[in-house]
Structure formats: structure tokens, C-alpha cells
Ligand binder design. Structure first.
Ligand code: PXP
Length: 249
């Protein structure tokens, strides 16, 4: 079965915010991405609002709802962002760690820290109470103890942080250890009912070995896909990823 593609359109907003203009519009990007056949739109509303703004979440959610596909709302477990999520009511929420000074999300949730574990547990409870049928994924490293803690929290999915894998791939280093770890994590979660998603740093090239492995059922991809769209257009860029997922290339 083809894995699902979530297209993260944060960096369309990065370009818009660079000038404080109303263009490029994230809704236009979402419309094109949806029309090209992506399975979901992903957006990260960061605490510092450096790219996506609150209104973008409402506007894009309208589009995904009318297209019948999910909006995946990536967020840190911060009060201010929880309030927005409770109003937007997305179909999926991906909980991520967030530091203001980082360029991008630098790793998975540190669930081994009891304070983080509790914060995530209570955030999940609030989201579930406030948003009927919401599905929650936890952005984590593929690491045994962390995955065990995820199983206690019972999310609908884990999203495995592929940043280190993607970096090693780009630097022509061996990726085998990452692939082995993903396999072990997949087996650890087998029969748990927890979906196995992946994201971060992936390019059309580094996606291929993962698709060959056939473990992940969803990928969330943004920076490389939006970057390539500058040269070949957004539809063509989305298509490249869809082609890899359908093993056409
Ligand atoms: N998944 C998660 C949880 C993320 O935080 C991000 C970055 O916002 C992505 C996927 C997409 O990563 P990239 O933009 O590097 O493709």
C-alpha cells in the first residue's frame, strides 16, 4: 500500500514573513498541494510565529476540510498554542519539542524526562477533551525506552525523527544503522495499533530507501519539497514525492 504524503507548507509562510507581505499565500500553496494529490497538509504553528500565523491554520483547515483530507497541526505543548489548536480543531496533532532559539525542530520529545512526560500526557488529555476524535502523534526518536514510554501514552501514531538519517544520507555516510533501528522500532510497535510515521529533513532521494523498506505509513515533508518548488514549481515538486511513494521512480 502507498504510504501517505503530508506536505508541510511552513516555508511558503517563511517567504511571506520575510517581507511582511500577504504573498506568497499559504492557501494558494495548500490548494495546489491538495489538487496534486497529497494526502494531508502539515503546518507547524511555532510559539514565536516565525512562519505560520494563527489565521493560516483556520484558512488552510477550511480548504483541507472541503477536500476531505486531514490537517496535521504540529505544535509544542505550550498553553498559547494549545488554545489555538482547541479552536482550529484539526484532525491530527503532532506534538513536538520546541525551543525558541532552534532553527528547526532538533529532535524528538524527551519523554524520559518525567516533567516532559507529564506535560505531554496532560496536553494529550486536554486536546482529546476539546477536539472530538482528534488523532495525536508524538514526534520521537526511534529509541527503545522512548517508544516504550509512547506506548504508555497511547497516541494514534509516533512520528519518527528522521533528521539524523537524512543528514547522513546527504553526507554520503552509511545509512544502514538508521534503517536497522527503524526496523527494530517498527517491530517493537507491531500489533500496538500505533501508526508508524516519519519526518524531518527528508529529500526525494533520502525518501527512496525508506519507501523500499515499507515500514512507515506516512511521511511529513516540507523544506526540501518547498525548496525544489522554486525551480520546478510546486505541483511538479509534490509529484516527485508522490512518484517515489507509488514506486514509479
Ligand atoms: N515532521 C515534524 C514533526 C517537523 O517538526 C517537521 C518540521 O517542521 C517536519 C516533519 C518536516 O520537516 P522538513 O521541513 O525538514 O521536511
Amino acid at each position: 500500500m502507498k504510504a501517505r504524503l503530508g506536505v508541510n507548507i511552513d516555508h511558503v509562510a517563511t517567504l511571506r514573513q520575510a517581507r511582511g507581505e500577504f504573498y506568497p499565500r499559504v492557501t494558494r500553496a495548500a490548494e495546489l498541494v491538495i489538487a496534486t494529490g497529497a494526502d494531508q497538509i502539515t503546518m507547524h504553528l511555532r510559539e514565536d510565529r516565525r512562519h505560520i500565523q494563527d489565521q493560516d491554520m483556520y484558512d488552510v483547515h477550511k480548504l483541507t476540510k472541503s477536500a476531505g483530507i486531514p490537517l496535521n497541526f504540529e505544535m509544542g505543548a505550550n498553553e498559547d498554542i494549545i488554545d489555538v489548536a482547541l479552536k482550529v480543531k484539526p484532525e491530527w496533532i503532532c506534538l513536538v519539542p520546541e525551543k525558541r532559539e532552534e532553527k528547526t525542530t532538533e529532535g524528538g520529545l524527551n519523554l524520559k524526562d518525567p516533567n516532559t512526560f507529564e506535560r505531554i500526557e496532560s496536553c494529550m488529555a486536554r486536546l482529546r477533551t476539546g477536539i472530538e476524535n482528534v488523532k495525536i502523534s508524538l514526534f520521537v526518536e526511534a529509541e527503545h525506552e522512548t517508544i516504550k514510554l509512547c506506548q504508555e501514552l497511547k497516541p494514534e501514531a509516533v512520528e519518527i525523527h528522521t533528521g539524523e538519517y537524512a543528514k547522513d544520507f546527504l553526507e554520503n555516510k552509511s545509512i544502514q544503522k538508521h534503517l536497522d533501528t527503524y526496523k527494530q522500532t517498527f517491530l517493537q510497535l507491531e500489533n500496538s495499533g500505533i501508526g508508524f510515521h516519519a519526518g524531518h529533513g527528508l529529500t526525494v532521494e533520502s525518501l527512496r530507501p525508506l519507501v523500499e523498506q515499507s515500514l512507515f505509513i506516512e511521511y511529513n515533508i516540507g523544506h526540501a519539497l518547498i525548496s525544489e518548488s522554486i525551480f520546478i514549481g510546486l505541483e511538479a515538486s509534490v509529484k516527485e514525492y508522490l512518484d517515489v511513494l507509488t514506486k514509479r521512480t
